[in-house]
Design a protein around this ligand. Structure first.
Ligand code: PGA
Length: 241
């Protein structure tokens, strides 16, 4: 694991966007694994800026998102489909058919999840996977449990995640309690993994990920085994390292 301590979220966004921009320059048809949540938003802004300056084009780039709420309509303001369009896709020249956000309303979830993994493999695998980390150490929606997960699957969210994400919804009842997420094994298949953690609420999860044992009780700790993982932390998130 490469731990990169930065002064703040702006410095992280600068450095992470440079890595992604360099990848797209070197490989214009790069496959990006993308994340939602607050952590990657500034990085997406930098990517949009680079596109607008003519530095990079996304016309041959393909993207696969980590997760989506289960049984939330795509059109809902809190769906990750909406998030990705508002925070990135609508502002760059990516082709809609090259973007993939898991379908939160599949007719047959098991079948759909296998197909999602297959479509990533068929595209050649993810070059760079962007991740946030949950306060409970989750990556994607792989919640703490007694085993590491494999491919994409339907998951029940834990109380910690429901509490953290419920602020985006008008009421707790509206917040979905399940999601479709890439599994830990799908994430580990990415050639490069970049995780962003900022703020004091992430400090314990960051400590467990970096210094703790590799254990499914902190799913992010599995990144200790990844051959090319970069962990970008601000001062608050790094406080317990
Ligand atoms: P955040 O979420 O970026 O909104 O903090 C990260 C996560 O829960 O994985």
């Amino acid at each position: 694991m490469n731990i990169i301590k930065c002064s703040d979220a702006d410095e992280i966004a600068q450095k992470v966007s440079e890595m992604i921009i360099n990848k797209i320059k070197e490989k214009p048809n790069a496959i990006l694994g993308l994340a939602t949540g607050a952590s990657p938003v500034k990085t997406y802004k930098k990517l949009i800026e680079a596109y607008k300056k003519g530095e990079i084009s996304f016309k041959d780039v393909k993207t696969f998102n980590l997760d989506e709420y289960y049984h939330l309509p795509k059109s809902n303001k809190n769906s990750y489909y909406t998030f990705m369009h508002e925070n990135l896709f609508n502002s760059i020249d990516i082709k809609e058919e090259n973007t993939h956000v898991p379908d939160g309303n599949p007719a047959d979830a098991d079948y759909y999840c296998k197909e999602y993994d297959k479509s990533i493999d068929d595209a050649g695998g993810i070059d760079i996977q962007l991740l946030g980390i949950g306060r409970n150490g989750h990556i994607g929606f792989n919640e703490p449990s007694d085993h590491f997960t494999s491919g994409t699957y339907k998951v029940s969210l834990t109380p910690s995640t429901i509490e953290a994400n419920r602020i985006y919804f008008d009421s707790e009842e509206e917040m979905p309690k399940e999601a479709i997420t890439m599994g830990v094994e799908s994430i580990l298949k990415a050639k490069t993994v970049i995780l962003i953690a900022t703020g004091k609420f992430k400090a314990e999860a960051v400590r467990d990920m970096v210094k703790g044992a590799v254990s499914p009780s902190c799913p992010a700790s599995v990144l200790q085994k990844h051959p090319d993982a970069y962990i970008f932390v601000d001062e608050e998130a790094a406080a317990l390292l």
